[in-house]
Design a protein around this ligand. Structure first.
Ligand code: FNR
Length: 191
């Protein structure tokens, strides 16, 4: 059995630090034997959630694709930028779309029982830690198993190298270990 892990950031920005961060965690998951897929939320066209749109015959294509990807994976790696001490609207919007079952789908099927590790990075000293408090709470309420270890990397402009890795090898290994953790727990739960 190969754990299948979906990795994404709550930022659509081309040079997003959080995209870089979650790719490091995804590498860690792969090193631990998992299949890890990075997706960029920019590639999923999801309008702002609106129950009138949801009531139409078909979900917006991006929302449907995102839901299908979640359904096909057992683990999640999420790097969440902090906007005004919370998660980004992009990430909350994606969670809201995916949290709603289509007729015939299991409630919270995209999230219930999935194993997640959270991380964040920002130019500030706290690295976006306050946003992770909100994200952890939201995911817990929709039945995601959020692992206790999480890391916020501060001073993002100084922390990353041009190739996307972290300058500090210890920090790089810690972020990779978040991916290893998800791979290990998913493997345990599934066997
Ligand atoms: C921010 N930023 C920010 N940073 C932080 O540490 N705490 C905060 O509360 C906020 N608030 C905030 C609000 C808004 C509207 C923006 C646009 C930005 C800065 C943020 O961390 C920075 O832009 C990061 O680079 C965003 O992450 P990505 O896109 O690099 O992954």
């Amino acid at each position: 059995y190969t754990p299948k892990i979906l990795a994404f950031a709550g930022s659509t920005r081309t040079d997003s630090f959080n995209k870089k961060l979650v790719k490091i965690a995804a590498q860690g998951a792969r090193a631990a034997g998992a299949e890890a897929t990075f997706i960029d939320l920019r590639d999923f066209s999801m309008p702002l959630f609106d129950e009138d749109l949801e009531a139409r015959e078909e979900l917006p294509a991006g929302a449907r694709q995102f839901k299908d990807l979640l359904l096909a994976h057992d683990g999640l790696l999420i790097a969440s930028p902090e906007y005004n001490s919370s998660l980004t609207a992009v990430l909350k919007n994606a969670i809201d779309w995916a949290s709603r079952p289509a007729p015939g789908e299991a409630p919270l099927g995209c999230f219930a029982g999935k194993v997640a590790s959270l991380m964040s990075t920002s130019p500030g000293a706290l690295g976006g830690l306050r946003g992770l408090v909100h994200l952890r709470s939201i995911l817990g309420n929709i039945k995601v198993i959020v692992l206790p270890d999480q890391i916020a990397v501060g001073h993002a402009y100084e922390a990353f190298q041009i190739d996307g890795s972290l300058k500090d090898p210890k920090q790089q290994a810690e972020i990779a270990s978040l991916g290893e953790n998800v791979a290990a727990i998913v493997a345990k739960l599934k066997t």
